[in-house]
Design a protein around this ligand. Structure first.
Ligand code: UDP
Length: 359
C-alpha cells in the first residue's frame, strides 16, 4: 500500500512510519514540523508542509498514488486546549477538514484517524467500552469527537472508509532506538519521571493523592507506541469504503501514578524523589480501556501489557538522547528548507515540488 502519514515526524507518527516501512508499505510523510523532527522520519519521503494546504495535499496524494492516509497531526495537550481553544479548533478541526476535502477532491477515501479516550470525558463506569457515552470535558476531547462525527458523515455522503482509534495513554519508544518521545514543554508522566532519573528535574509532582482509587492517585492505561502502530496497520487493511470502525486502543490494565513512579525507580535504579501536589484540573481519576473490540475486529493484541517493559524502552531512548532530538540552529536538512520557508512565510504561490529525503 502507498500510505501518507500526516504528522509522521511526531512521536506516534514516527513509530508508525518505521512499522509501515518494515511491513513493506511505501510511506510518504507530511509534517509541518511545528512539533515534529525531521530526524524522527526514518523511512520514506518527508514533505514539509501543512495539511490545511489543500493544493499541496492534493499534489502529494496524486504524485505518490496514495491509497490511504494515517492522520496523527494534532495538538494534544488537555491543559493547553483549555487555555487556547482557538488553536485546538483550528489545528485539530479546521485543518483536518481541509485534509479530508483534499482527499475527497482526488478520490483518496481511506483514513485512519488518531482519536482519544478524551472523547469519553469522565466515564461513570470503568473499563471504558466503545458503547460508553462520549461526553468530552475539554476542548481537546471535543475536537477529536467532532472529527469522528465528520468522518461518519463523510463516510455516508462521500463514501469515505475510516478507522477512528481511541488511544489511551501512549508511552514507550521503539526498542530499535533512534526515535522516541520529545515534547517541549514535556507534560507526560513517564518522560517527566525519567527526566528526574536523569537528574534534569529535582522531583516529580504527583497530581492529587485524594482520588477515589486504590492508592489515591490517578489510574491510566499505558499502551506502547509500537502496539498503537500495529493496531493502525491492522485497521488500515480492514477499512471498507462507506463504513467506519471506532475502536479503543489500550491494554485493559490500569496503573496508578505511584505505581508508575515505583516502576521507573526499579527500571532506572534511581531514587526519583516525588512530592505530593494538588490535583491537575480536568484529570479524570481512572481511564482504563475495555480493549476487547480491538481484539475482535482488528485481530490485534498488544505485546506490552504492563508498564515495566514499556518504561524500559522509554528509558533506553531517554538515556541515549537525554535532550531529545538534536535541536540545531541549522534547522531541517537543506533539501527541505525551501518548503519550510515557503510555508512559514506563506508566500507560496504555486504548489511546491516535494522535498525528498530518502532513507
Ligand atoms: N501526572 C502527575 N504528575 C505529572 C504529570 C502527570 O501526577 O507531572 C499524572 C496525571 O495527573 C495523570 C497521569 O499522571 O493522572 C498521566 O498524565 P499524562 O499527562 O501523562 O497523560 P494524560 O492521562 O493526561 O493523557
Amino acid at each position: 500500500m502507498n500510505v501518507l502519514v500526516v504528522g509522521g515526524a511526531g512521536y506516534i507518527g514516527s513509530h508508525m512510519v518505521r512499522q509501515l516501512h518494515a511491513a513493506g508499505h511505501r510511506v510518504t510523510v507530511l509534517d509541518n514540523l511545528s512539533t515534529g523532527f525531521p530526524e524522527a522520519v526514518t523511512a520514506g519521503n518527508l514533505v514539509v508542509g501543512d495539511m490545511a494546504d489543500q493544493e499541496l495535499v492534493k499534489s502529494v496524494l496524486t504524485e505518490n498514488s496514495i491509497d490511504a492516509v494515517m492522520h496523527f497531526a494534532a495538538c494534544a495537550l488537555v491543559g493547553e486546549s483549555v487555555a487556547s481553544p482557538a488553536k485546538y479548533y483550528r489545528n485539530n478541526v479546521l485543518a483536518t477538514i481541509e485534509l479530508l476535502d483534499a482527499m475527497r477532491a482526488v478520490e483518496v477515501k481511506r483514513i485512519v484517524f488518531s482519536s482519544s479516550c478524551a472523547t469519553y470525558g469522565i466515564p461513570d463506569v470503568v473499563p471504558i467500552s466503545e458503547a460508553t457515552p462520549q461526553n468530552p470535558v475539554n476542548p481537546y476531547g471535543f475536537t477529536k469527537l467532532v472529527i469522528e462525527r465528520a468522518l461518519e458523515d463523510y463516510a455516508k455522503a462521500y463514501g469515505f472508509g475510516f478507522a477512528a482509534l481511541r488511544y489511551f495513554n501512549a508511552a514507550g519508544a521503539s526498542p530499535l532506538g533512534g526515535i522516541g518521545e520529545d515534547h517541549d514543554p514535556e507534560s507526560h508522566l513517564i518522560p517527566l519521571v525519567l527526566q528526574v532519573a536523569l537528574g534534569q528535574r529535582k522531583h516529580i509532582s504527583i497530581f492529587g493523592t485524594d482520588w477515589p482509587t486504590p492508592d489515591s492517585t490517578c489510574v491510566r492505561d499505558y499502551i506502547h507506541v509500537d502496539d498503537l502502530s500495529s493496531a493502525h496497520l491492522a485497521a488500515v487493511e480492514r477499512i471498507e469504503l462507506g463504513k467506519g470502525l471506532k475502536v479503543n486502543l489500550g491494554t485493559g490494565n490500569g496503573f496508578s501514578v505511584k505505581q508508575i513512579i515505583e516502576t521507573c525507580r526499579e527500571v532506572t535504579g534511581h531514587e526519583i524523589p516525588a512530592i505530593e501536589s494538588d490535583r491537575r484540573p480536568g484529570d479524570p481519576p481512572e481511564l482504563v480501556a475495555d480493549a476487547s473490540l480491538a481484539k475482535e475486529v482488528l485481530g490485534w493484541e498488544p505485546k506490552y501489557l504492563t508498564p515495566k517493559p514499556i518504561i524500559e524502552t522509554a528509558w533506553k531512548w531517554h538515556q541515549s538522547n537525554p535532550t531529545g532530538y538534536a535541536k540545531t540552529d541549522t534547522g531541517p536538512p537543506a533539501s527541505t528548507k525551501y518548503l519550510v520557508e515557503a510555508y512559514l512565510s506563506k508566500k507560496q504561490t504555486a504548489v511546491p515540488k516535494q522535498s525528498e529525503i530518502t532513507r
